[in-house]
Design a protein around this ligand. Structure first.
Ligand SMILES: [Zn+2]
Ligand SMILES: [Zn+2]
Length: 254
């Protein structure tokens, strides 16, 4: 069985109920953690899961809201986990290596870290029933989204990105998109620099309206204005039940 559990659904600024975006992909009792903000170990405990069993982490880019929790995760795994595989790009690996050194997390009581560059192979993870491919996006240096293939379904997680039909087309046939949906179009129009790095809800509604087989999970919300959540929901309304609004700790079976 393969499932997704959301650990966070907000942008760099959390809300009372939403932490920075990250999720776990659980495949046949193996965890793949996608992005690592906040206290992942604490969230695992809240879900009744064993954080010492996290051995595979994918970091989609080097912004703090996607990787700052990694130091705490390594620290909490002292004496309890031997190996940690980090799949990422050059800018993120450079920062993680520096932080590991700075906090003395390269001692033998901590997991030994193996680094894998996601661009080196077509599928940077390939195990029975699961393949994961990096797809370059439009956000920052070497940033990427991931296309995940299971025996039953495939989905694309965009990570943070400017909206791009080309990226979505390069993801090929997909059943589900988990996509940056930072804010509403009206918010983006007040802050147009956001268009360079993120996606607004109306762009999704326009792109997906004539693609009835694709479901959307919007994520990475910037809800600093009180009415922003309802504006995003209104702009996505035309997609009807093809939009799945998730909260932190929600699960989706694939
Ligand atoms: Zn972000
Ligand atoms: Zn970012």
């Amino acid at each position: 069985m393969t499932k997704i559990t959301f650990l966070g659904t907000s942008s760099s600024i959390p809300t009372k109920t939403r932490d920075n975006t990250s999720f776990i992909l659980t495949h046949r009792n193996k965890y793949f953690l996608i992005d690592c903000p906040g206290s992942v170990s604490y969230k695992f405990l809240q879900l009744g899961l064993d954080f010492t069993k996290i051995k595979n982490i994918i970091i989609t880019h080097h912004h703090p809201d996607h990787l700052y929790g990694i130091i705490s995760l390594i620290h909490t795994q002292a004496f309890q986990n031997k190996i940690l595989n980090i799949f990422s790009n050059n800018p993120s690996v450079k920062i993680i290596k520096k932080l590991v050194k700075l906090f003395d997390l390269d001692k033998s009581c901590y997991p030994l870290i193996n680094y894998f560059n996601v661009y080196k192979k077509t599928f940077f993870i390939e195990i029975p029933g699961l393949k994961i491919q990096a797809i370059k996006n439009l956000h920052c240096s070497e940033s990427f989204g991931i296309k995940v293939f299971t025996n039953k379904k495939s989905f694309f997680y965009s990570s943070d990105t400017s909206f791009s039909p080309t990226i979505l087309k390069s993801a090929g046939n997909i059943d589900l998109i988990i996509h940056d949906c930072t804010a509403s179009k009206s918010f983006f129009e007040k802050h147009p620099s956001l268009y360079k790095m993120h996606t607004c809800s109306l762009e999704h509604a326009d792109y997906l309206k004539d693609k009835p087989n694709i479901k959307l999970i919007p994520i990475h919300f910037l809800y600093i204005n009180k009415d922003e959540e309802s504006k995003v929901k209104k702009e996505l309304k035309k997609l009807k039940d093809r939009v799945i609004f998730v909260e932190d700790f929600d699960e989706i079976n694939l």
